[in-house]
Design a protein around this ligand. Sequence first.
Ligand code: IRN
Ligand code: FE2
Length: 547
Amino acid sequence: MTALEDRTVQPTITTGPISGSHKEYRDIGDGIKVPFRRVELTNGEHVDLYDTSGPYTDTSATIDVHSGLPKLRESWALEPINGAVTQLAYAKAGIITNEMRFVAAREKMDPEFVRSEVAIGRAVIPVNRKHPESEPAIIGKRFLVKVNANIGNSAVSSSIEDEVDKMVWASRWGADTIMDLSTGKRIHETREWIMRNSPVPIGTVPMYQALEKVNGDPAKLNWSVYKDTVIEQCEQGVDYMTVHAGVLLRYVPLTAKRVTGIVSRGGSIMAAWCLAHHKESFLYTHFEELCDILRTYDVTFSLGDGLRPGSIADANDEAQFAELRTLGELTHIARAKDVQVMIEGPGHVPMHKIIENVKLEEEWCGEAPFYTLGPLATDIAPAYDHITSAIGAAQIGWAGTAMLCYVTPKEHLGLPNRDDVKVGVITYKIAAHSADLAKGHPGAQEWDDALSKARFEFRWVDQFNLSLDPDTARSYHDETLPAEPAKTAHFCSMCGPKFCSMKITQDVRKYAEEHNLSSVDAIEAGMNEMSQEFAEQGNKVYLPVVD
Ligand code: IRN
Ligand code: FE2
């Protein structure tokens, strides 16, 4: 019996389109169809949005979690180049792969530009050959900022069913990649379920499973257990792996005076191993061998920040930057072997120390895509760390970070549930899109403009449907004005009919047209009229409630 035939596992997952949208495919030839989330507007126009949700939102698709998703990329495999099957090897050889064409269409960019960014290592496309179910995505500073959602059980909480549900749920709301950080029971089976049913690339931290294999004692770890675990996960189709190979023995003492020491799980495991054996990290000493494994599957390195700061006090310290320098050294080794590389970054960083992180990463790691955890811009708000971290994430994204690892409201407090996953993803989509706008990503503003126009023209339904979270937007509106006519009303319950600025502006414009005035005159004239009306109502800002 293969893992998916286990009928005791029956995940309940959400299918069907996001409300107000439907799946649309763009045919780019050779039978390749690129998905979009199409929002049809009430004025006859439509907007096509980037879509990470896979077949789950396609009403014509049959979903059977026990057989897994269709193997989209099964026939795309090319011949190896010097033993490497990586996007980097093909890009360097001047080959535009189907994966590159797919991501180019998704990003509305030129395939040759995609190839050139991958070739110099400034972008990665994490696509393990053994995960053909996944729709390719590109991670790099010249492309849309991506969001990763972490899921996974722990020894004390959650089941396979819950984690499969969270995976589908996270990609539904826009997670570009998902990391399965399971550390509890049935790690292999949980991952198998996630891999076979995931439409987005999956990342892992193989060290977590290796530690389970030696019963949780870091000192008992060794290269052989680790290597076998990496191969096991490569075979399952993991697309990228966090490897904390920059935690060197000599860096560990640098963390001694920190307020929060080593907060990375992988980092602390490796530090414990180095100290127990008083030896250099086996991840570092066997790094080339690791590259030789990853290049035969096209698994992307996500070089882990095992010494990232875990508090505002520890941001940008010697330990953190010593590790980053080593990650740079490893990046060049991996690239020479045609292995794709991303670099993981912090953590907890106050706003004025964010830019330095990006500058040093770009300089030392040859502009390899930066992938950061937030960072939290302050430590004072447990239960709101999706917000403290989205503030840092928006800024580091603007500065050039290619992927943002989400933080949920449960950060520092507990394992996120389904609702936390959605809040985390939506919060991070906001940070990522804000960064796209600030960077001037072509096409990013189209979405904002469409929504603003709908808002200004009181097309409420279009406003809901264009939003990141249509269900919540609609329910907030309906809380006070549930009746159907309110969906076209020229006001909402925040200001009421008399004080809607948008309504007033529209009246001003109408007034200008009717009286043949320039807009400046009209605003003045219109405002005078409004002030008169205001005076007539007794100069009261808050009008009595009328039903
Ligand atoms: C991202 C950037 N820096 C860290 N991360 C994520 O943290 C990483 O991708 C993975 O999901 C998780 C690894 O945590 P530890 O083992 O470093 O705590
Ligand atoms: Fe933290």
